[in-house]
Design a protein around this ligand. Sequence first.
Ligand code: GLU
Length: 417
Amino acid sequence: MSQALNPFEMALKQLDEVAKLIKLDKGMHQVLANPKRVLIVSIPTKMDNGEIKVFTGFRSQHNDARGPYKGGIRYHPQVTIDEVKALSMWMTWKCAVADIPYGGGKGGIICNPKEMSNGELERMTRRYAYGIADIIGPRTDIPAPDVYTGGKEMAWIMDTYSALKGNYGQPEIITGKPLPIGGSLGRNEATGRGLSFTVREAAKKLKINMKSATLAVQGFGNAGQFASQLVEEQGAKAIAASDSKGGVYNKAGISIAALRKHKEKTGSVVGFPSAKSISNEELLELDCTILIPAALENQITGRNAKNVKAKIVAEAANGPTTPDADEVLYKNKTLVIPDILANGGGVTVSYFEWLQNLRREYWTEDEVNQKLDKNITKAFLDIYKTHEDYHVNMRKASMVLAVNRVVEATNIRGLWP
Ligand code: GLU
């Protein structure tokens, strides 16, 4: 997205800091600083008025030392190549933190899906799938949903890919699919559910009683809605929520279920009864126990970090906190559960979906949720220990773990040709 700090520069800065900490070999540092491949595709699309509009799309494949590239595809007017590159690098770390056998990839199309008809979206999506078909594959690069994409788009991509490559159904080419074509139970809620498990563990460590905790969520899309609902179920009281149109605040509490219904009906949280309106910026500075940034990058920055009052910041979005803000929050003893840990539930259940597809199996929702809990809780505890042992913030601790795992795999495989 176009903003003060270029997301790829931010990703490189995070890598530089960890490289220093673990005395990373210079050559290896360079390997990890660049995606292995970035594809730019031009996507001519027939619009409903008969005109042809050419969209630009990307797929960045950052690293596949530990397994196939994995990561979502986002549709947004402010997508840039640098954003997609950064997000693909974050996916490499995220998959390594979750300890699932994937590398990192990411895709995006510069478009405004809110202003497009279903037919336009389908034609654009299928043409993009056609454009990237030769570099993705069930064993090489497995896409998934991201900002403003979901099951519908995944189904079109699966169908297009399957028709192009052998003309038989290949559900394992993509995750986040609707259930009837091989989606997994629990995938839709997975990012929010995983995040709620990390918040539960963080609260235990900080001795926070969830019954007296309050919660604010910036961004009320898929991840934000499920994350806040599941943290609310742990006993916390939601007091504020926002989306791209604005925010709402009520100190006495906001029912997340009621707010979801309101958003479903009106398209936004704005106008929710008996709540005051609040801006996205104000929400971040509210007096609350748990803050969930679930929108876009660059929200908590060097400018506003000092005003953040939350004890726990759980990043449902990718890259919402800048490196200078990280320093401020760490000094102020705010525990940041970094994106590559906090929102790793999505890709973890994507992995479960892929396994079910490869084996033509169906798991129960309980099985999925329990496996997710086990996986993400272990990652949280490992990272928390590193953060305590080495006196570094949680982001650095998770980056140390991730980079070491990727370096280890790269070294064992060796360089060839
Ligand atoms: N787009 C999600 C993420 O940023 C999910 C990726 C996936 O499931 O592959 O983690």
